[in-house]
Design a protein around this ligand. Structure first.
Ligand SMILES: NC(=O)c1ccc[n+]([C@@H]2O[C@H](COP(=O)([O-])OP(=O)(O)OC[C@H]3O[C@@H](n4cnc5c(N)ncnc54)[C@H](OP(=O)(O)O)[C@@H]3O)[C@@H](O)[C@H]2O)c1
Length: 198
């Protein structure tokens, strides 16, 4: 699978890149600065680094992993370059007062099918190997969601689970705040595993 990670120089994007490279995927790190992208790509053995716009040009799937408050502007600026390539939005805005998710708002800006997921995976754990957790993905486009589930399954020791339509991103994005609260309260590194599924 050819994966472009927009904002892949950050903690989450780089950790995800490391796991996907390990799984044999062809990963391109995207950044606003091509030099920084190339440097980070070398760190994790990715196929290359480029500006965000160049990175997305030959991808099968694009992970939108910029800092959360850069998500919408970045998606809008890449709309043309993305075309119809599926986009996996991993962003959670902890301070958001919006009732609509970032992923749904991203979908309004691009023609490409947008799915959302991986919100409950902490970069710090992902950086050190496949966490013993499940990953959730939601979306309205069946093909894009299948691709994102395939990607998710490669980076966790648990399962990648279909959490429903794109509107479910409101819940998935909110999970990050729950995990942060649990970590503070119990001084740990919370992750999620679902029980009771066949
Ligand atoms: N950290 C986690 O544990 C975690 C877990 C699950 C999901 N997420 C989500 O993953 C995304 C990335 O998280 P992160 O912790 O890796 O964030 P981060 O390190 O703060 O930022 C990631 C990258 O975003 C780019 N960036 C920063 N401001 C930007 C802007 N205004 N416009 C465009 N690009 C900008 C930077 O890349 P360049 O300067 O190189 O362009 C930066 O390296 C967020 O949406 C977050 O909600 C994070």
């Amino acid at each position: 699978m050819r994966v472009a990670i927009v904002g892949g120089t950050g903690d989450f994007g780089l950790a995800l890149a490391a796991r996907l490279v390990e799984a044999g995927d062809e990963v391109v790190i995207g950044s606003r600065d091509a030099g920084r992208a190339q440097e980070k790509a070398r760190e994790v053995g990715a196929a290359g680094g480029a500006t965000n716009e160049d990175a997305v040009s030959a991808a099968d799937i694009v992970v939108l992993a910029t800092k959360a408050d850069g998500t919408l502007d970045t998606a809008a600026s890449l709309a043309g370059a993305l075309g119809t390539t599926p986009v996996l939005c991993v962003a959670s805005d902890l301070r958001s007062k919006e009732s609509v998710s970032l992923a749904e708002r991203t979908q309004e800006l691009v023609q490409a099918p947008v799915v959302a997921g991986l919100h409950s995976l902490a970069a710090g754990k992902l950086a050190h190997g496949r966490p013993d957790e499940d990953a959730f993905v939601c979306g309205d486009d069946a093909d894009a969601k299948a691709l994102a589930l395939e990607l998710g399954a490669k980076v966790v020791a648990g399962r990648a689970l279909d959490a429903g339509p794109l509107s479910r991103a409101r819940v998935l994005e909110g999970l990050t705040a729950v995990i942060v609260s649990l970590n503070k309260r119990y001084k740990g590194h919370a992750g999620i595993r679902i029980t009771g599924l066949p």
